[in-house]
Ligand binder design. Structure first.
Ligand code: SF4
Length: 236
């Protein structure tokens, strides 16, 4: 009988204080506590097991174990977790730090992926364009200025061409890159550049661009990396 089965039988059938640590539990603990120790390493497994043991409710270990397993299976799923319905959302470190997609970490398959993000602050009629991050990628549900993702770092001319292709309008007069930052997630390195641009006359924005009045910007949750740049930009 493996550790997992033994702990499940001991706690659920016999009420013994044995923490169950299965894939669902690893995921919940890694995210709630923001732990990047690989779950397929000896030290990682020990860390999670010790944490699970400390958290266990000795008065009712079976119900506790089942609750954590079910939270992982039904709410804190590998992709698109239902954070808005999660009872641990307020204390979840991965959620606060935009690290949900990167946790838990597996050393066996962790390959760092480089990505090149190019953001553009496009103003029109006293507002700026934002779009909601799509499902199935980092920062799902957060908002961001128009983004061109490249397979390498792009310069101003390449950006003007990419924006023209994206919107069907132009010419695009860009200023920048005004700011550059490298952001490290557990298996992605984001090389990010920021520009500003005047919206060309007659711009018909793509469907997912939303014009947001500057005074309403605070209502749109942004990834921390973007938020810092927006703050800098607004301060001038
Ligand atoms: S807030 Fe989201 S990521 Fe954090 S534990 Fe809940 S479902 Fe998982």
């Amino acid at each position: 009988m493996g550790d997992y089965t033994a702990a499940a039988v001991a706690s659920i059938a016999f009420g013994l204080p044995e923490p169950v640590v299965d894939g669902n539990v690893y995921r919940v603990l890694a995210r709630v506590f923001g732990i990047a120790d690989p779950i397929d390493s000896t030290t990682g497994r020990r860390t999670f097991r010790e944490l699970a043991a400390r958290l266990l409710d000795p008065a009712d270990p079976g119900t506790h174990n089942q609750a954590v397993m079910e939270l992982g299976a039904l709410v804190c799923t590998p992709r698109n977790p239902a954070c808005s319905a999660c009872p641990l959302a307020a204390r979840c470190i991965a959620r606060k730090q935009d690290r949900i997609a990167g946790l838990p970490v597996k050393q066996g398959r962790t390959r760092v992926r480089d990505r090149w993000f190019h953001y553009v602050w496009v103003e029109q009629d006293g507002g700026i364009f934002l779009r909601e991050r799509p499902a199935g990628d980092i920062w799902q549900g957060l908002w961001e200025p128009p983004l061109i993702e490249g397979t390498r770092q792009l310069g101003t001319r390449a950006m003007a061409t990419a924006l023209k292709e994206l919107t069907g309008s132009g010419p695009w007069k860009l200023q920048g890159p005004l700011h550059e930052v490298r952001h490290v997630l557990s298996h992605q390195h984001l090389h990010t550049r920021f520009w500003t641009a005047e919206a060309p006359a007659g711009l018909r924005p793509p469907k997912d661009w939303q014009l947001v009045p500057l005074k309403e910007l605070g209502r749109y949750p942004l990834p921390r990396l973007v938020e810092r740049w927006v703050e800098m930009h607004l301060r001038g």
